[in-house]
Design a protein around this ligand. Structure first.
Ligand code: SAM
Length: 283
C-alpha cells in the first residue's frame, strides 16, 4: 500500500494521532515505496510461513509482509503507535501487534504461542540502537528460525557479512557465520527515511544453518574465546585472549604455534577453522 510510505500521509496520520518521533527509540520510518515490497519478497515469507517483525512503526513493512505471509506478529515497544497501526493495518486480519521490548521478550515462548513452535522468518527495519543485541539474540537464542532479513546501518551490514579472517570482521561475524549464511542484499540511502538518519543503511539476509560450518568441542567456550580474541583489537590475539580469559599468554602462543599459526596473529586474521581449532586446544 503505497500511501504508507508517502511522507505527507505519514505526517498527516501521525499528527492526527498526536505522535512525535522518538530519536531514543530509533524511529526513522521508511518513505521509499520500493524498499518494503523488496524486503518482504526477499524475506521468503509465504502463505505457509509465519513472520515476526520487530518495530512496525506505522506498519509500512508489516502491510507488505501481511500480503505474503500466513501470519505476522509485530513487536512494538511504543504504545503511542498502537492506534495508528489499528488504522493503517485495518485490512490485514493476519497481523497481530504485540506490545513489548524485543530485548526482554521470551521469543521462544512467543513463537510457541503464536505459531505453534513452527519455523518462522524474521523481517524488520531494526532500530539502530539495538541492532547487535537483537541480531545476536536471534542467532544464539536456539529459536526455530528460517531466515532473518533486516535493515541495519550500512557499516554494521558490512561487518556482519564479512567472514572471520578478513579485516572488517568482528566477534559478531564469528557468531553470524557460525549460525547462518549472511548476505548483503541491497543498500538504502539515508534519504529513504523520515526523519533522515545521519548514515546510510543496508538490508541483509541471514539464512539459518542446520549444521554449523565448523565443529567444536565446547560451543560456549568457542564463543567466549572469539569474543576475548576481538576484545582488544590493537593487540595480538594471544595478548587479548590472555587478558580476558584465564589462560596464560604463553599457553595461547604455544597453542597457536602448535596449529602452525604465527603467535603474533591478530583476531581479524583468524579464520573460523583456526578459531575452532584454537578453542579445542585451549579448552
Ligand atoms: N518498520 C517501520 C519502518 O520501516 O518504517 C519502523 C522502523 S523504525 C527504524 C524502528 C521501530 O522499532 C520503531 O517503531 C520503534 O518504536 C520500534 N522499537 C524501538 N525499540 C524497540 C524495542 N526495544 N522493541 C520493539 N520495538 C522497538
Amino acid at each position: 500500500m503505497g500511501k504508507l510510505s508517502d511522507p505527507s500521509y505519514i505526517r498527516e496520520v501521525l499528527s492526527r494521532h498526536g505522535f512525535h518521533f522518538s530519536k531514543a527509540l530509533g524511529q526513522n520510518f521508511l518513505i521509499n515505496s520500493s524498499v518494503c515490497p523488496r524486503m518482504a519478497e526477499l524475506s521468503e515469507a509465504d502463505r505457509t510461513a509465519g513472520v515476526i517483525e520487530v518495530g512496525p512503526g506505522i506498519g509500512v513493512l508489516t502491510w507488505e509482509l501481511s500480503q505474503r505471509a500466513k501470519k505476522v506478529v509485530a513487536i512494538e515497544l511504543d504504545r503511542r503507535l498502537f492506534p495508528v497501526l489499528s488504522e493503517t493495518l485495518s485490512d490485514c486480519p493476519n497481523v497481530e501487534v504485540v506490545e513489548g521490548d524485543v530485548l526482554k521478550m521470551d521469543l521462544k515462548a512467543l513463537i510457541e504461542e503464536k505459531f505453534g513452535g513452527e519455523e518462522v522468518c524474521v523481517c524488520a527495519n531494526l532500530p539502530y540502537y539495538i541492532t547487535s543485541p537483537v541480531v545476536m539474540g536471534l542467532l544464539e537464542g536456539g529459536l526455530p528460525l528460517h531466515t532473518i532479513t533486516v535493515m541495519v546501518q550500512k557499516e554494521a551490514a558490512k561487518r556482519i557479512c564479512t567472514p572471520p579472517g578478513r579485516r572488517e570482521c568482528g566477534a559478531v561475524s564469528v557468531s553470524v557465520w557460525y549460525h547462518s549464511e549472511p548476505k548483503l542484499l541491497f543498500e538504502v540511502g539515508r534519504g529513504s527515511f523520515l526523519p533522515a538518519p545521519k548514515v546510510d543503511s543496508a538490508v541483509i539476509s541471514l539464512r539459518m544453518r542446520k549444521t554449523p560450518p565448523v565443529s567444536v568441542r565446547d560451543e560456549s567456550f568457542f564463543f567466549a574465546l572469539s569474543k576475548a580474541a576481538f576484545a582488544q583489537r590493537r593487540k595480538t590475539a594471544a595478548n587479548s585472549i590472555s587478558a580476558c580469559l584465564p589462560r596464560e599468554k604463553g599457553a595461547v602462543e604455544a597453542a597457536l604455534e602448535g596449529l602452525g599459526i604465527s603467535k603474533t596473529i591478530r583476531a581479524e586474521q583468524l579464520t573460523m577453522e583456526q578459531l575452532a581449532a584454537l578453542s579445542d586446544r585451549l579448552l
